[in-house]
Design a protein around this ligand. Structure first.
Ligand SMILES: *[C@@H]1O[C@H](CO)[C@@H](O)[C@H](O)[C@H]1NC(C)=O
Ligand SMILES: *[C@@H]1O[C@H](CO)[C@@H](O)[C@H](O)[C@H]1NC(C)=O
Ligand SMILES: *[C@@H]1O[C@H](CO)[C@@H](O)[C@H](O)[C@H]1NC(C)=O
Ligand SMILES: *[C@@H]1O[C@H](CO)[C@@H](O)[C@H](O)[C@H]1NC(C)=O
Ligand SMILES: *[C@@H]1O[C@H](CO)[C@@H](O)[C@H](O)[C@H]1NC(C)=O
Ligand SMILES: *[C@@H]1O[C@H](CO)[C@@H](O)[C@H](O)[C@H]1NC(C)=O
Ligand SMILES: *[C@@H]1O[C@H](CO)[C@@H](O)[C@H](O)[C@H]1NC(C)=O
Length: 771
């Protein structure tokens, strides 16, 4: 997903100044070179106008429910909690904001201080410098200049549902910690003064050394078509390891000494520690179910007596379990950092919404048994991130699919962009692709009948008021957006009418791909006639908006009149989207003058500066040369895209991470292949970046070994073998790699004819799997 803010802002590019990733020895355990390459600051800029739109430097294990981050500002849609250009930290936030364009939900906040208690956000900021920060996958620390003098050393780690913070004070300070229950909630994306006041609760229990409470903030309620999560809160229990010397509550800036309970808006609690207290540990359990569950999460994940070193060890081990599975040889330091930080980014979302075998559902306000996930940026992540998660985190896949099916059962639809509840963000019902890809790749331990019912509904049932509602981006007070325009007039004519629906041309192409995914699932389930029906629609629809006169995709009115090449797109333009028929590249090639004409069109696209890798519709485009008999040109373009859009600086991702899709592109590309058409279970070969990659696939007894000696300086491919079998076409199947094996690339410094000549036989050597 891309910016909502005007692109005319000039990026305030944060300097690529070096920051320390060298954690103290205790926090570098267990040993893992792969985890040491992770730099959580990479891509924090994320291509955003103010240099702060990307991934936040947060600490938590893979797919963690709550990620902890230093808070440099009040976050809301378009503003994440950590801004690299900031110089002030206001506290530490257990955040559930999965991406910059989504809202925060039920955050927990603790802020250390010394001297006068300062409950107001704007009064409590403490200066810091990046030189005094350490950030790793499992540990973060910073030195803060306390407002009344001296310094506070703040350290944090976290498990999935519990933050662990340790504050070290000067002996001269009167230390305290503030626990914030509620604040002003910013409800839009660009006006921080447009707020509502969530009403929370807070209890201080000095005997238990606990501050607990509830925070019902959920910024995306204004775009939630379900009007769900009406009895919802982020519950928290902050348990300290040190007796309270005194305590109180604060409401809207007014301190109430000695009060143990509070309710309402702008509410915090504070606890002071005895003069001379040096170190205070606080563990903050978080729950979407109840305070009791938050406490149970705390006791389960970080029991009393656990040191910060032990918590960080556990979390680092969880990252090592995944990252150490991928060993690379021949990468530069910078490439290794981009690569492993990329993997770190691809394994953060969706995030766990279940606790102790049960989960709160915002769709029906009930607690159910089972596993649940939220934070699905599916419009972005169906492209490559899902395929990558299937390879490296297969143990999560069935639970993630099951979770989407539960959303369907409890809310009526599969998710599009679920952030606790649906938000209607972006277009298309690409959960169809996620479900189908999982089934096609062999995951079947969820209810296949429900899976079919859910994707079939996406493909056949239009949203409410489909003829009269535009479903424009972030439209409020509308129903589930799903395939807006299905009835008007996609299902009858093949395109979504631009005079009725927003983003109509993008929708047309996205729905066509989704139909293809539905047909793939139907095929896997032996539903032959349904497979044929949706397959026919998938191949017919895209070209109903191909304007023969211009050679570009173009939106159309309901009448069939062309609407103009600049209309009807989301996060892309007619250039990117004309290449967006990933399931029928041969059909596209035929319409663009055959292979020669198509290659010229690709050249025009790249040479004319039309490729925009900062947004997802461009991600597969450099791979398309390979499908037009010009593999060496794919090899050149992929290297260029990688070089121009990825580096190890704060602004090292040219676009928003989008819950991992930006990095999934890099990770697959570095391996030498990419899932252009994910549901086909095929990968298109690009150009491996390193000499050798060995992946210890969790689902396979033997590793996948990719050897490409010389690749760092030789981008071109002379030959490829898979398990000794020469590959004539630039296509790998999932079956080729899913059980490990050996891929050998013979690299060259000059363009080669491998998969790059003219077709010798006229036979199609590649293409989508016949379904
Ligand atoms: C990020 O911090 C910089 C420097 O303090 C500031 O100019 C910018 O406005 C901040 N961005 C936001 C959205 O707060
Ligand atoms: C506040 O933001 C909401 C959500 O965007 C919008 O509906 C409302 O009109 C805004 N209110 C004001 C006073 O701007
Ligand atoms: C907070 O206090 C200010 C100043 O007294 C007042 O104007 C404001 O309405 C209060 N806000 C809330 C949400 O109570
Ligand atoms: C498409 O529909 C819009 C809205 O009704 C109208 O303004 C426009 O003229 C139409 N375009 C064509 C080419 O008919
Ligand atoms: C589909 O048919 C094949 C071949 O008859 C069979 O092996 C498979 O179990 C069937 N799959 C389902 C989901 O019914
Ligand atoms: C474009 O040309 C093709 C082949 O000549 C034809 O089948 C198709 O209907 C035309 N498309 C449109 C939208 O006119
Ligand atoms: C790093 O990448 C960003 C985003 O593409 C770019 O703006 C910046 O110039 C690059 N920095 C370096 C040092 O290459």
């Amino acid at each position: 997903m891309g910016p909502l803010l005007p692109l005319t802002f000039l990026a305030v590019v944060a300097s690529a100044q070096l920051h320390s990733r060298n954690a103290p020895d205790a926090f570098s355990q267990p040993p893992s070179t792969a985890v040491d390459y992770v730099d959580p600051f990479i891509g924090n800029g994320g291509g955003s106008p103010d240099g702060s739109g990307g991934m936040i430097p947060s600490t938590a294990p893979p797919f963690a429910m709550t990620r902890w981050v230093a808070q440099t500002r009040h976050n809301y849609v378009s503003v994440t909690p950590y801004n690299y250009t900031a110089t002030t930290i206001y506290g530490f936030q257990g955040t559930h904001q999965p991406a910059i364009w989504m809202g925060e939900s039920g955050q927990a906040v603790v802020a250390p201080g010394a001297g006068t208690v300062r409950p107001k956000f704007e009064d409590r900021g403490m200066r810091f410098s990046h030189a005094d920060e350490i950030a790793t996958a499992s540990y973060y620390s910073v030195l803060l200049d306390a407002i009344e003098g001296g310094r506070i050393h703040a350290e944090q780690s976290a498990t999935s549902r519990v933050g662990h913070l340790r504050f070290t004070f000067d002996r001269t300070q009167t230390p305290y910690v503030l626990v914030e229950a509620t604040r002003a909630q910013v409800v839009g994306s660009n006006d921080p003064t447009n707020v509502t006041y969530p009403l929370g609760a807070l209890t201080i229990d000095p005997a238990a050394r606990e501050v607990s409470g509830a925070n019902p903030e959920r910024q995306d309620f204004i775009i939630d078509p379900h009007h769900g999560a009406t009895i919802w809160s982020g519950y928290f229990v902050a348990r300290f390891d040190t007796d309270f010397a005194s305590f109180g509550t604060a409401q809207n800036g007014t301190i109430r000494e000695g009060e143990t309970d509070g309710e309402g808006a702008l509410l915090s609690g504070f606890v002071r520690f005895a003069e001379g207290t040096k170190t205070v540990n606080v563990r903050v359990g978080v729950s979407f179910i109840s305070v009791e569950q938050a406490r149970a999460n705390l006791d389960k994940e970080i029991p009393d007596g656990t040191t910060l070193e032990e918590t960080a060890y556990k979390t680092r081990k969880e990252w090592a379990e995944k990252l150490d599975r991928v060993q690379i040889e021949g990468a530069s330091r910078e490439q290794a950092e981009v690569f492993y930080t990329g993997i770190f980014h691809t394994l953060q979302y969706p995030y766990e919404q279940d606790e102790d075998g049960k989960y709160y559902s915002g769709y029906d306000n009930q607690v159910h048994e089972g596993v649940s996930y939220t934070g699905y940026s599916i419009w972005d992540t169906f492209r490559a991130e899902w395929a990558w998660q299937i390879l490296l985190a297969p143990e999560r896949v069935s639970g993630m699919v099951q979770s989407m099916l539960q959303d369907y059962q409890e809310g009526g639809w599969l998710p599009m962009w679920k952030n606790i509840v649906e938000t209607n963000i972006m277009v298309g019902t690409h959960a169809d692709s996620l479900v189908a890809e999982a089934v096609v790749k062999g995951f079947k331990d969820f209810d296949l009948d429900t899976a079919w019912e859910a994707v079939h509904k996406d493909a056949t049932v239009p949203p409410n008021n489909d003829w009269t509602t535009s479903y424009y981006d972030r439209e409020q007070n509308v129903g589930y957006e799903v395939r807006a325009g299905l009835s008007s007039v996609y299902a009858t004519s093949g395109w979504v009418a631009n005079d009725i629906h927003s983003e109509s041309a993008s929708r047309t192409l996205d729905y066509a791909y989704d139909d293809y995914a539905v047909s793939a699932l139907a095929t896997a389930l032996n539903k032959t006639s349904e497979a044929a029906f949706f397959r026919a629609r998938a191949f017919f629809s895209p070209f109903t908006i191909f304007n023969n006169a211009t050679g570009f995709m173009e939106a159309r009115n309901a009448s069939g009149a062309w609407a103009g090449g600049y209309q009807g797109w989301t996060e892309g333009d007619m250039w990117a989207y004309t290449f967006d028929v990933v399931h029928d590249v041969p059909g596209l090639i035929a319409r663009r003058g055959g292979e020669k004409g198509f290659v010229e069109f690709l050249d025009e696209h790249f040479d004319g500066g039309h490729n925009d890798h900062t947004n997802e519709p461009s991600h597969h485009i450099p791979y398309l040369y390979s499908l037009a008999d010009a593999a060496s040109k794919s090899q050149e373009r992929i290297r260029e895209v990688a070089k121009d859009n990825y580096n190890n600086s704060v602004n090292g991702l040219s676009g928003n991470e989008d819950c991992g899709q930006m990095s999934a592109w890099y990770v697959f590309s570095a391996l030498g292949f990419y899932p252009v058409d994910p549901v086909s279970a095929e990968y298109v070969i690009g150009t491996p970046f390193f000499d050798k990659v060995t992946i210890d696939l969790p689902a396979s007894s033997q590793p996948l070994v990719i050897t490409s000696t010389g690749a760092p300086s030789k981008p071109y491919i002379k030959s490829v073998t898979v398990n000794g079998r020469p590959l004539a076409a630039p296509i790998l199947t999932h079956a080729d790699i899913a059980s490990g094996g050996e891929i050998n690339f013979e690299m060259s410094s000059t363009p080669q004819s491998w998969a790059s000549g003219t077709l010798a036989t006229g036979e199609k050597r590649y293409g989508h799997v016949e379904l």
